[in-house]
Design a protein around this ligand. Structure first.
Ligand code: HEM
Length: 547
């Protein structure tokens, strides 16, 4: 090895120790690749002119020097990860200890939530998923990591779509707090009453479809139909215009694109790698079509005025009729997309999961009907949310559904503060990524008694069955928790109330429920498998049983 190669090797090792080992680098990955390419080209030119080598010999010489640099860099990285890394005391697959590209191999079937359960069963409550990333299925961890007093911040994952940002992806605490203040006006009581009015139209369409199928004794794939229902509704709240999916019985092309665009999130690529992929035009073409679509709809929406305010009314209010700056426009487009993504899938899967459970537990349906009966007096079958929002059994059924089937199962990455955090006596160093998988915690004996059983009563009659209440956080918690929770609950409560009082229902012939969980995919939000349900219109009297 020549002196030049040795120097390159040492430079690679030093670059890791003095530079790459510190701070975050995922936003500069394209720059680093450009620097490597520029250095290579410069060396080729240098060797051609100074050493009079032909092009091929100059390229070979330059590539071997750059190879030495990279070898020094990777060897040092590997040595550090194998012998010195502060997370080495935590268990996990060996591949996860040495490279952040091993987790995507484990998650290759887009079923990260399931793989994570297996990993926790094998290794216990703390599992190392990447060199600097821990999954923590400990009941005390949720409040320590997400709770109001937590010093953890959003992890680099939230930079995936930079420079496009939204309320959810703002990592800077001050910028996030400011944007959240704007958003919070969208979920006050008055605003919610307006959304409730808008929601009814979509629910009538949904119920009309269920009734028609019931009359023909045809099954309904509820996973699909709750999806159509919620995307139409959230499209309306974001852009003042539905996607008309209930009408056409299929996904709008933009929603199809959106669903496809979210799939790569399920592989848990490290942020630098994901951004690199997205910088390839062939990979990101559909993503940009989607962004253009949302941008166009947002621009159209800003030119119209709406009778009943939608969420966007609140987001554009601070502009006071002025044209947004480029930065404000960027944020508005990101937020519009966020409304659709955050509000649709999540609420749809909650409704589908509730029906999945209720179809297996007719006694719970019966109890719910008895509780609802005094309030369901309107001949339209509708009920005002405020009348049923505090019903204990209804809320318990929703909690139990979210416990067993959290729509955001294992995705919320946080960064520990520089001084680190301690969870139940276990110290986690600073600047590490941590995450609490709600799906693993939801079925954990450490957090619940009889955790795999659907027992809504645990939430109000037998509270001792919930061992650590703060572990239950399907909407996350603290300053970054779900701001749309009141709307989600309004939708789920009123839709379930109308559904159980209008129909008897059960699995359709040939349906055994296995595809619902068995075919589930995790792409930040959960997508459950098909669920064929047969509805039968009730005569109106309470207590009609499915047979
Ligand atoms: C059952 C339904 C829902 C569930 C389980 C749910 C869950 C969550 C979770 C876990 C987060 C935290 C995300 C993170 O930290 O990265 C979140 C954030 C958020 N959710 Fe929801 N969500 C639901 C419905 C909704 C609805 C209907 C909306 C209405 C637009 C909404 C809007 C948002 C927004 C804007 C954020 C970002 C908040 C922030 O970063 O400050 N969600 N949601």
């Amino acid at each position: 090895m020549s002196g030049t190669h040795l120097a390159a090797l040492a430079a690679g090792a030093l670059s890791y120790c003095l530079y790459f080992h510190h701070g975050e680098h995922h936003l500069r990955i394209a720059l680093y690749i450009q620097i490597l390419a520029a250095t290579l080209i410069s060396m080729v030119v240098f060797f051609q002119h100074q050493s009079h080598l032909d092009f091929l010999a100059a390229l070979t010489q330059a590539a071997s020097i750059e190879g030495s640099f990279l070898s020094g860099f990777y060897a040092t990285t590997l040595f550090y990860r194998l012998f010195l890394h502060p997370l080495n005391a935590f268990p996990g697959p060996f591949g996860c200890k040495i490279t952040s590209l091993f987790l995507p191999i484990i998650y290759r079937h887009n079923d990260g939530f399931r793989q994570l359960q297996t990993l926790h069963d094998q290794h216990g409550p703390f599992v190392r998923l990447r060199p600097d990333y821990l999954s923590i299925a400990h009941p005390k961890a949720v409040s320590a990591i997400y709770g109001p007093g937590s010093k953890c911040t959003k992890a680099p994952w939230y930079d995936l779509t930079q420079p496009m940002v939204s309320l959810q992806t703002l990592r800077n605490k001050k910028a996030h707090d400011e944007r959240r203040r704007v958003w919070s006006a969208a979920f006050g009581d008055k605003a919610l009453r307006g959304y409730e009015q808008r929601l009814r139209g979509y629910r009538n369409e949904l119920m009309a479809h269920f009734s028609a199928q019931a009359a023909d004794e045809q099954p309904v794939n509820v996973t699909k139909w709750f999806n159509l229902y919620n995307f139409d509704f959230m499209g309306d709240l974001a852009f003042g215009k539905s996607f008309n999916m209930l009408e056409t019985s299929e996904d709008h092309w933009a929603i199809q694109l959106l669903k496809e665009a979210l799939v790569p999130l399920g592989f848990a690529f490290p942020t630098w790698f994901f951004r690199l992929l997205m910088s390839l035009p062939v990979v990101s073409r559909d993503w940009w079509r989607l962004i253009d679509f949302c941008a166009q709809r947002m621009d159209d929406r800003m030119k119209t005025s709406v009778e009943i305010p939608d969420i966007t009314s609140v987001l554009v209010a601070p502009l006071k009729g002025q044209q947004p700056t480029a930065q404000q426009r960027q944020l508005l487009r990101g937020d519009a997309q966020l409304i659709v993504v955050a509000g649709s899938d999540t609420t749809a899967t909650t409704l589908a999961a509730a029906v999945y459970q209720l179809a297996q537990h007719p006694e719970q349906v019966q109890r719910l009907r008895e509780e609802l009966a005094p309030f369901m007096t309107d001949p339209s079958g509708e009920v005002l949310h405020e009348k049923i929002s505090h019903l204990p059994h209804l809320n318990a059924i929703i909690n139990e559904t979210l416990r067993l089937h959290p729509p955001v199962a294992a995705s919320l990455q946080r960064k520990t503060p520089p001084e680190g955090i301690t969870i139940d006596g276990v110290y986690i160093p600073g600047n590490m990524t941590v995450m609490c998988p709600q799906n693993v915690l939801g079925r954990s004996h450490a957090a619940y008694e009889r955790p795999t059983e659907f027992l809504p009563e645990r939430w109000y009659l037998t509270p001792e069955m919930v061992k650590e209440k703060s572990a239950f956080a399907p909407f996350s918690a603290g300053p970054y928790g779900c701001i749309g929770k009141p709307l989600a609950l309004l939708n789920v409560r009123t839709t379930l109330a109308r559904l159980v009082t209008t129909f008897d229902f059960g699995y359709a012939p040939g349906e055994d429920g296995t595809a619902f969980e068995g075919m589930a995919k995790d792409s930040f939000t959960m997508g459950f498998g098909d669920l064929q349900i047969l509805f039968r219109k009730r005569s109106g009297s309470l207590g009609v049983k499915w047979d």
